[in-house]
Ligand binder design. Structure first.
Ligand SMILES: NC(=O)c1ccc[n+]([C@@H]2O[C@H](COP(=O)([O-])OP(=O)(O)OC[C@H]3O[C@@H](n4cnc5c(N)ncnc54)[C@H](OP(=O)(O)O)[C@@H]3O)[C@@H](O)[C@H]2O)c1
Length: 293
C-alpha cells in the first residue's frame, strides 16, 4: 500500500484529497498545524479528516525544525498548502514558496518518489501578483529538483463561488467590471480526483476546471435565484478596483494580492479543460440547506 503525505490537509482541497486517497486504498499521513480543525467538517461542505487519515503529523511547515521525520516512509507528497487569505504573520513567499520548499527538501532527503503540487490556472497571465510569483517560484524549484512531479492548475473552487451566495444573502452583490468574463469553477471532490489521478499518472502539468462554464454575472444571478432575493448590484469599475489594489499595497502586500487577483480574473476568461460532475447550482442549494437559512 502506497503512503502519501498530504500538506494543506485542513484546507478545502486537502480535505477532499485525503478522502479520495482513502477511497482508492492509500495510507495517508496528514500534516496539520494543530489537531483542532480535524474533527470538524470545513465551512464549504468539505469533510472532517479525523476519521479518514491514518496518521497526523503536527508541524509548522514554515519552520523546518518542526518537520523532522514528516516524510519518513512516505512514497508521495501532495501539497495544497498555501496562503489563501492574509494572516498578517506570514507572507505568500513564506508559505507558498518557502514552506513548500522545506517540504520538498525533506521529501528528497527521505527518498520520496513523487511530489504533486497545486498552483493556479493562467498563472503566467498574473505574474504581477506576489502570491502567484510565490507559487511559480516553487514550481520552478520542483521542476529543477529532479524528483518526479506533477503540477495541477485549477480554475476557481466552488468554495470561492460561495462568496456570491453570501453576497446574495446580504442583499448587496458586488460586481467587478462587466461580469462578462467566463470561468468553469470546480468542486473540491472533482478536483481531488484530478489530483489523485495525477499521483497515479505521468502528466507533468494538468489544467482543470469544472463541467459548467459561466460568466461571473451568471454566477451572481444563480446565487440570487437560489437565495430567493433580488440583491442590490453595486458595480465597481475595473479601473477603480485597480486603484484600490494599488493603494492597499501601502497597507499590506497580501491584501493587495487579493485585490489584484480579483481584478485580474475580472479581466480575462479562465476556462480550463472540463473535469468532474458537480454542478454549481446544486452546491449553492446544499450550502444554503447546511446553513438552514
Ligand atoms: N481557491 C481557489 O479558487 C484556488 C484556485 C486555484 C488554486 N488555488 C490554490 O490551491 C491551494 C489550496 O487552496 P484551498 O482553497 O484548499 O486553501 P485553504 O482552504 O485556505 O487551505 C490552505 C491550507 O494551507 C495551510 N496553510 C495556510 N497557511 C499556512 C502556514 N502559514 N503554515 C502552514 N500551513 C498553512 C492551511 O492550514 P490551516 O488550516 O492550519 O490554516 C490549509 O491546510 C492554494 O495554494 C491556492 O492558492 C486556489
Amino acid at each position: 500500500m502506497k503512503k502519501v503525505l498530504v500538506a494543506g490537509s485542513t484546507g478545502y482541497i486537502g480535505r477532499y484529497v485525503v478522502q479520495e486517497l482513502k477511497n482508492r486504498g492509500y495510507w495517508v499521513r496528514a500534516l496539520v498545524r494543530s489537531t483542532e480543525k480535524i474533527k470538524q467538517p470545513g465551512a464549504h461542505l468539505e469533510p472532517a479528516i479525523a476519521p479518514l487519515a491514518d496518521e497526523f503529523f503536527t508541524g509548522e511547515a514554515t519552520r523546518p525544525e518542526t518537520l523532522a521525520g514528516v516524510c519518513d516512509g512516505i512514497d508521495i507528497v501532495f501539497s495544497s498548502m498555501g496562503m489563501t487569505r492574509p494572516d498578517f504573520v506570514h507572507s505568500a513567499f513564506d508559505v507558498d514558496y518557502k514552506a513548500n520548499l522545506n517540504l520538498l527538501r525533506l521529501a528528497m532527503k527521505a527518498g520520496v518518489k513523487k511530489f504533486v503540487y497545486i498552483s493556479v490556472f493562467n498563472a503566467h497571465h498574473m505574474m504581477e501578483i506576489q502570491n502567484i510569483q510565490a507559487h511559480e517560484k516553487f514550481v520552478d524549484e520542483l521542476r529543477a529538483s529532479g524528483i518526479d512531479y506533477a503540477v495541477i492548475r485549477p480554475t476557481g473552487y466552488f468554495s470561492d463561488m460561495a462568496q456570491f451566495l453570501n453576497m446574495a444573502r446580504s442583499g448587496i452583490m458586488l460586481s467587478l467590471g462587466e461580469g462578462d468574463k467566463r470561468s468553469n469553477p470546480i468542486h473540491g471532490a472533482d478536483l481531488a480526483k484530478v489530483c489523485v489521478d495525477a499521483i497515479e499518472g505521468d502528466d507533468k502539468v494538468i489544467e482543470a476546471g469544472g463541467p459548467e462554464t459561466f460568466t461571473y454575472r451568471e454566477v451572481a444571478e444563480m446565487a440570487a435565484e437560489v437565495v430567493g432575493k433580488h440583491p442590490f448590484v453595486a458595480s465597481v469599475p475595473v479601473w477603480l478596483a485597480d486603484g484600490i489594489a494599488a493603494v492597499s499595497g501601502f497597507i499590506n502586500r497580501d491584501i493587495q494580492d487579493v485585490a489584484l487577483f480579483a481584478s485580474a480574473v475580472s479581466k480575462m476568461d479562465s476556462v480550463a479543460p472540463a473535469r468532474g460532475t458537480h454542478r454549481l447550482r446544486d452546491y449553492f442549494v446544499e450550502m444554503l440547506n447546511m446553513d438552514g437559512r
